[in-house]
Design a protein around this ligand. Structure first.
Ligand code: EPU
Length: 337
């Protein structure tokens, strides 16, 4: 099917701002990927692939083709007494997939409950929450390499996963993910180290939690702390937690004894960006229809109609204020177009 032209992107991303795409296409069959790549090369237009648009900020109209991936299906590839391998279409809703696995008793991704977005988007920024990153359960990925115009199967190691990054993030627009193979555990080791998870389980008097108990605890924590994109436009954590060197950590800790940071090696610390924002007074601050969410400052929200540019400018003011107070340069976690 030929792409449609001059489409408003408002329904297709969670900030719901009104920028447009010159062309737009929904992809529900693998062959359509090959066709749109050919089409866009002929027209010499860039392609931007989106899932449910929950981690993206459009600051201007997109002069190219937006391809919304709607490849569906969850297929069992292999099952042993202890493990199961599933192949999942990139367009499947992430949380529905997590809930399905929890229901089946297949463990590994339950801590990633209620993260918005699609399965195909999950490896791109290696989504993570409450002590788990999706890379821990990914076996391989099938993607179309737009450079060589071939289908490729990337194993976990090929994906170069890191904190909120991967080969897909590092080579934007090169690979179009069609499906992800997950390896899940039928006798899962539950990860309950995070203080907040333990607190919820304790409050509910749950001593031997099941997968469902963990998933429910995470759903409760996330719904209390994070805004529902259907109510307030947002793209989850707007900034990454920055890494600083030990010397800078020592200096900052002396000046700001409450600083929240944890070591990631013997030379570097990861700092809680939410704490930095709160310490600069950003929590709950609103400028027109854009603001820092009152319960979690790392999330930028829109309270009504905004342009992507307004959100971007607001985030730039935050970055500058953090730079001047702490000499730390925050990086955006959302994809800015
Ligand atoms: N904090 C503050 N003020 C705030 C927010 C946080 O002081 O306004 C402090 C908290 O008290 C805590 C520390 O910062 O001590 C870390 O906060 P939190 O546990 O809420 O996690 P986070 O580092 O802010 C990361 C992910 C989230 C993920 C949570 C839970 C990033 C950029 N974000 O947030 O991911 O859900 O951990 O594991 O790594 C997302 O990507 O959209 C997302 C929500």
């Amino acid at each position: 099917m030929l792409p449609s032209s001059n489409i408003s992107l408002q329904p297709y991303h969670s900030f719901a701002s009104q920028e447009e795409a010159s062309y737009f296409s929904k992809i529900s069959d693998k062959q359509e990927i090959v066709a749109i790549v050919k089409w866009s090369k002929e027209k010499q237009l860039p392609i931007l692939v989106i899932g449910s648009g929950t981690n993206i900020l459009f600051t201007k109209n997109f002069e190219g083709l937006i391809a919304k991936i709607e490849l569906m299906g969850v297929k069992k590839i292999e099952e042993t007494a202890s493990e199961v391998i599933l192949e999942v279409g990139a367009g499947e809703n992430w949380h529905h997939f997590v809930s399905y696995c929890v229901y089946k008793g297949w463990g590994g991704i339950e801590n990633l409950s209620l993260i918005p977005g699609t399965v195909g988007a999950s490896p791109i920024q290696n989504i993570g929450a409450y002590g788990v990153e999706v890379q821990e359960c990914i076996k391989s990925i099938e993607a179309y390499d737009t450079l060589s115009e071939n289908w490729v199967h990337l194993n976990n190691a090929d994906c170069a996963f890191g904190y909120r990054t991967s080969i897909f993030k590092q080579n934007p627009n090169r690979f179009i993910i069609a499906s992800v193979k997950f390896l899940l555990n039928k006798q899962p080791q539950l990860k309950t180290d995070y203080g907040v998870i333990r607190e919820v389980l304790h409050d509910k008097n749950i001593k031997n939690p099941s997968l469902e108990d963990i998933s429910n605890a995470i759903i409760q924590i996330r719904s209390q702390k994070l805004p529902d994109p259907k109510v307030l436009g947002n793209a989850g954590s707007f900034f990454k937690n920055p890494t600083i060197l030990f010397n800078q950590y020592e200096l900052l800790k002396e000046k700001f004894p409450n600083l929240i940071a944890y070591p990631i090696s013997d030379k570097a610390y990861k700092v809680a960006a939410g704490w930095l924002l709160e310490a600069c007074g950003w929590k709950g601050i609103r400028n027109g229809n854009v603001g820092c969410y009152e319960k979690q400052s790392l999330v930028i929200v829109s309270y009504g109609i905004v342009s992507g540019k307004e959100v971007y400018d607001f985030s730039e003011t935050i970055i500058q204020s953090i730079k001047s107070k702490f000499d730390i340069l925050l990086e955006r976690e959302v994809t800015v177009i």
